[in-house]
Design a protein around this ligand. Sequence first.
Ligand code: COA
Length: 257
Amino acid sequence: MNYENILVELENSIQVITINRPSKLNALNKVTIEELSHVLVAADKEASVRVVIITGAGEKAFVAGADISEFSDFSVEEGKNLSKKGHDLLFSRIDQMKTPVIAAVNGFALGGGLELAMAAHVRIFSENTRVGLPETSLGVIPGYGGTQRLGQIAGKGRAMQMVLSAEMIDAATALNYGITNKVVPLEELMEAAKKMAKKIIKNSPMAIAKAIQCINANYTSGVDGLAFEVNTFGECFGTPDFKEGTSAFLEKRKADF
Ligand code: COA
């Protein structure tokens, strides 16, 4: 498939997806969400992709939000569909991928941009990044998971503060709030994301996929996370990766997953 709004590169088992609408600060319109969904579904099925990095084109923005021009005249029903489709196609899908996703955030990450970064498993921000959920200033609420994931990541008090005030915070404050795992100079952002990806790639893809499921189980209503962990832990013992990982340790060599 040829993409209009994203660039995709695969090198050393790391797939870099660049959201490429810099003239609109990489705002997420319908086409961009569909293209991201398409490429991520394919990546998750592809064993040669061990880590995905999502970033934005240019030096100013990761993603400045959902594309406001596309929904300003929507009805109640259309608003619900917009949110539901976003969750189903992209935001919940990233959260639940077997392949780890790193958001390399290179500037403004507002509304849907911060929601996209928060759906990823790991976040690295450049020093010029500014993030916020400004939706209440537009007469709406975050609709791509922001009301749920910000509290999970940064705590209820900070989620309340950021959503109710619609304020933007800088990268250092985001680090302090736990919203990002790391902050680096802009010119070192991709290198830092790739360094993190390479660490992940050394580990068992089977164990990584199961670990993601277990960590997510803690945030899934109706699921007993500890019971889920017990079962999933047991399942690992029946896999070639477990045999390889433990044999390599006992034979004093590096595991080859
Ligand atoms: N949706 C649609 N278009 C957007 C956009 C969005 N979320 N964010 C930026 N753009 C567009 C602008 O309309 C402008 O397009 P134009 O040149 O055709 O007029 C272009 O991107 C550049 O943005 P501009 O506002 O001129 O840049 P700036 O440096 O003055 O301000 C921001 C940067 C990020 C502060 C500002 O663009 C902004 O507040 N964006 C909206 C953020 C938001 O509310 N996101 C949540 C959406 S639910």
